[in-house]
Design a protein. Structure first.
Length: 575
């Protein structure tokens, strides 16, 4: 909490000092007064704080029905952030810890705003809290770290989504950046992994738009323009290590129909079959004349990447010849399907690799952000005119419907918490699909528990591989999951059995069970992560022997000839 206050409320301009009991500095005594005699405590502070937080409850204050009502929203925390509605006011009761929060939505009417503060005082009396209980009034978008701690995976409006680490000049302390050199991508798998770039994006590509249960080729002149009402398949072919590689991006718009979203996953498998990923003959391995095992039946010869709108990886953004990737808020690229908004506002942001995406947002001044660039298109067209923040003419604000408050807080260039890569090995020998070291939940059911009426479904047991990652950690007879936080890789060993592949390789597909849709295991792994992961995290499916550098770069000393060696000879060499 103290770090969050320093970084977000004080813009990183204050120093943190840790003071041990009995060594309080004079300035601290001047502010707080002399220390009284305190009784000995028989409980741990951390346990007491955690217990107090768990006792917090959330109430909604609303007059939507004509009368002012205070209703209980949730008596268990952490609360989901989405329950805070902009048109309502809320009371967060943490009175057992001496504090009541009053949260006011920016669209709440004045009667609700006044009643919330009055009800908070009555609330304190009704609950029997001491009269000195603190009341904090919090406006929407002005939440403090003390308030946010009661919510699961709190996200601010200015948070970066899907664009990697953002560096803001003259906003935070200067950070020495290692220049991104695309010419070194083929020499350094580590750089490929860190930047999410298999190459510079100049390979061959084809793009299809999903229409119904089929796909239609997109005109190359329209490459780089994506509509939120569509789903697309992007086939990318490139050379690496003297071999031809394939990547299939499955881009799904937020307004794309459920049928087309499901069809995109099915068509990606069909495209993989056309590239040679269908059923193939499996050769026996003879030790005296050893040959590498061929990919198992129905394996993926291409790398498949599921991408949800707003979570585009760096490499996908690099495929359009140096032009920005443009993502329209809705509509479709079919003839006559484009939306005809009178005013359009695009938020423009670049990633550390130098690639740019222009994402359409609502045409309102509240969507502006001091950390980004924006493109405003007015009805009838205007002459391109660059504007600096603070020098906007009245016409600019008039087009956006008037001047409103927007985010001016600097975006931190470094994440507070590091997310090292994690590798999980899977096997269905025990008959359950569990991530033991990660979430300890049963992934056979989306809610984390087993349904007794489910038929006998082949499941997979998953255990985390400890230590620094090496290629030897990948077991050819298993399916592995590599979690690098920004994306999740599903690696399919050539010797994995069919049940393991069926469970683990269903990228973006869903299974219908008793009229309910259950997401694929990789999606369930992300959704059940107690860290509160973004469900739109890209999922990359790949097969043994066809690993891109964005995958191999996470492993120490990757050898591209490793799988073609006799395992016995490799073992003897290691002795």
């Amino acid at each position: 909490v103290s770090k969050s206050i320093r970084d977000n409320e004080r813009c990183g301009r204050v120093n943190l000092q840790v003071v041990d009991e009995g060594a309080e500095p004079d300035k601290m005594i001047e502010v707080l007064g002399d220390k009284p005699d305190l009784p000995e405590s028989h409980s741990e502070d951390t346990q007491t704080d955690a217990s107090n937080r768990k006792m917090a409850k959330l109430y909604k204050v609303s007059n939507a029905g004509g009368d002012m009502e205070v209703t209980l929203v949730s008596e268990q925390n952490p609360f989901p952030q989405h329950v805070l509605e902009s048109s309502e006011c809320f009371i967060l009761d943490n009175g057992t810890n001496g504090c009541i929060f009053v949260w006011k939505g920016k669209e709440a009417n004045s009667a609700e705003r006044q009643a919330t503060l009055q009800n908070s005082e009555k609330f304190i009396q009704h609950m029997g809290y001491p009269p000195y209980t603190q009341v904090q009034v919090i406006p929407q978008s002005g939440e403090t770290p003390l308030f946010k701690q009661f919510f699961r995976n709190w996200r601010d409006a200015e948070d970066t989504v899907g664009m990697g680490t953002a560096y803001v000049a003259n906003k935070v302390a200067k950070i020495e950046k290692v220049p991104f050199d695309v010419s070194k991508l083929h020499q350094s798998d580590s750089m490929s992994a860190q930047y999410g770039m298999v190459d510079r994006g100049d390979g061959d590509k084809k793009i299809w738009r999903i229409e119904g249960s089929g796909k239609v080729l997109v005109d190359p002149d329209s490459f780089g323009q994506f509509y939120g009402g569509d789903s697309y398949l992007i086939l990318y072919q490139y050379q690496h290590g003297g071999r031809q590689h394939h990547m299939v991006y499955i881009w799904q718009g937020v307004e794309s129909s459920q049928d087309e979203t499901a069809a995109s996953a099915i068509l990606a498998v069909e495209l993989d079959d056309e590239l040679g990923g269908g059923a193939v003959q499996v050769h026996l391995v003879i030790r005296t004349n050893w040959k590498p095992a061929f990919p198992a039946p129905h394996c993926h010869l291409s790398v498949q990447v599921r991408v949800v709108q707003g979570k585009e990886p760096a490499h996908l953004m690099s495929l359009f010849g140096g032009q920005p990737m443009v993502v329209y808020q809705g509509g479709t690229s079919r003839e006559g399907g484009q939306s005809t908004a009178e005013t359009r506002l695009f938020q423009v942001r670049s990633n550390p690799a130098g690639d740019t995406r222009a994402m359409e947002v609502g045409p309102s001044s509240s969507r502006l952000n001091s950390n980004d660039a924006f493109l405003l298109m007015a009805a009838g067209g205007v002459n391109p005119a660059p504007l600096e923040e603070g020098e906007e003419p009245d016409e600019f604000w008039a087009v956006l419907g008037g001047k409103d408050d927007y985010c001016r807080a600097p975006r931190l260039s470094n994440k507070m918490d590091a997310h090292p890569p994690r590798l999980f090995a899977s096997s269905n020998k025990t008959g359950t699909f569990k991530v033991l070291s990660a979430h300890r939940v049963c992934l056979a059911d989306p809610d984390g528990w087993w349904l007794p009426w489910l038929p006998a479904v082949p499941c997979v047991q998953m255990e985390e591989v400890p230590g620094e990652l090496t290629q030897d950690d990948l077991a050819p007879d298993d399916v592995m999951i590599l979690d690098t936080w920004d994306q999740v890789f599903v690696w399919i060993g050539n010797e994995a059995n069919e049940d393991e592949k069926t469970e683990a390789a269903a990228t973006g597909e869903t299974v219908l069970v008793r009229d309910s849709v259950s997401p694929c295991p990789a999606e369930r792994y992300i959704r059940t992560d107690p860290a509160g992961r973004d469900p739109r995290t890209p999922i990359v499916t790949l097969t043994q022997g066809f690993e891109p550098p964005t995958f191999t770069g996470w492993f120490l000393g990757w050898n591209h000839d490793y799988w073609s060696q006799d395992p016995l000879e490799r073992f003897l060499q290691a002795l």
